[in-house]
Design a protein around this ligand. Structure first.
Ligand code: HEM
Length: 353
């Protein structure tokens, strides 16, 4: 019966071709193989976001009058609502963390070199989208901290040279953070970003499938041992996902996500207002820059600097590769160490100061 059903489906969908693809896919086994798991963990967490986000949508109401109360209802009245919301929030943070780890591991194993430039580029956009998810989702509970953090965040975006004012207005739907901002952030968070992200993840994975996993330049790709993707690597990946789910469940149950108090636009900004941890390094850097540096406005200089660093980083496949298509390993590794150290130290300082 099962064989017949499979045959029926195969005649119509060509399912066996997928099976054959999985049958032939292999993963190189070497000292850096464990880093290959991080793309998969990020993918798993994205799946968790889709499921828990959809469940939250059954109760959340995206208005200034009801947004906060609907989240409080989820936390206190809906069965396991607190768990679903806590998993969604913890998973969002873990996803951004694992995407960063995945990106740095790609750099340290020099997997950005040809022919994987587009895999890299799609990854860069995905990281930007993940940060966009975080920024837009933060406002949705409409509490005091999220309201004022969004004010600060959109102010900073508004200081971008030339286009800043327009960006801030488009994001806020007016001059200030208010009801139209919540509507826009909601539309971005549940419709625009998921559609673009799901499409791009599809492209990213197809490219990984097309090119196979890269082998770091210090290992000869001809002599390296290969592991079958299915079932050997797949089962290991499944165990890692199982571990990630356990960590998520434990974090959500032991530290349920807080709700705070409802936003009051007329109250003064709470003391020590700061963004989520993944924007802390930039936030702290801007705090350190004096308001005027020579003839330039300090904040403008800082934002210009971030833009230049981000653009330089996105262009690693251009300057990090020589004419023969080989990675300039020392240069790229050096730059990556400096950037990772800056992010780690400034995130820490932004947190404690
Ligand atoms: C939502 C975010 C992302 C998801 C779901 C994702 C998913 C994946 C998966 C499943 C793989 C194959 C296994 C692995 O190498 O870990 C992969 C490979 C890769 N990813 Fe990502 N990724 C994301 C973000 C990024 C970012 C931010 C970058 C870099 C800017 C990036 C660049 C790459 C590259 C170059 C490869 C090929 C690695 C190789 O061949 O060794 N990805 N990604």
């Amino acid at each position: 019966m099962a064989e017949k059903t499979l045959q029926w489906l195969d005649d119509r969908l060509g399912l066996r071709a997928i099976g054959e693809l999985a049958e032939h896919k292999t993963v190189p086994v070497h000292s850096a193989t464990r880093w290959y798991y991080f793309g998969g963990i990020t993918l798993f967490l994205f799946g968790i976001q889709l499921i828990t986000g959809t469940l939250l949508l059954f109760y959340y109401r995206p208005t200034v009058a009801e947004g906060f109360d609907s989240v409080r209802f989820i936390m206190t009245r809906v069965e396991f609502g607190w768990l679903i919301r806590s998993i969604h929030s913890w998973s969002a943070n873990l996803l951004i963390f694992t995407a960063f780890v995945h990106m740095f591991s790609v750099v340290f194993t020099h997997a950005y070199r040809p022919p994987r430039e587009l895999t890299w580029a799609s990854g860069i956009v995905l990281l930007g989208l993940a940060l966009g998810f975080g920024f837009s989702g933060y406002l949705l509970p409409w509490n005091q901290i999220s309201y004022f953090a969004t004010k600060v965040g959109t102010d900073v975006a508004g200081s971008t040279p030339v286009i800043g004012k327009a960006i801030a207005r488009i994001l806020r739907g007016g001059d200030d953070v208010g009801a139209p901002t919540l509507t826009r952030f909601f539309a971005l968070h549940v419709m625009v970003l998921p559609l673009i992200a799901a499409t791009l993840i599809g492209v990213h994975i197809l490219l990984v499938q097309k090119h196979g996993m890269s082998t770091p330049p210090w290992i000869s790709s001809s002599g390296v041992r290969q592991m079958k993707f299915f079932p050997n690597f797949f089962l290991r990946e499944a165990m890692v996902w199982y571990g990630a789910l356990a960590v998520l469940g434990a974090l959500a149950a032991i530290y349920p996500w807080e709700l705070g108090v409802k936003a009051d636009p007329f109250a003064s900004a709470p003391k020590g207002i700061r963004p989520e941890w993944y924007f802390l390094a930039q936030f702290y850097t801007l705090k350190l820059i004096p308001s005027r540096v020579w003839v330039f406005e300090g904040e403008l200089l800082g934002i210009g600097g971030f833009g230049a660093v981000a653009a330089g980083w996105a262009l690693i496949p251009v300057w990090g590769v020589d004419r023969a298509g080989q990675a300039r390993t020392r240069l790229v590794t050096g730059v990556a160490i400096v950037l990772a150290a800056y992010l780690a130290v400034f995130t820490y300082l932004g947190y404690v100061k």
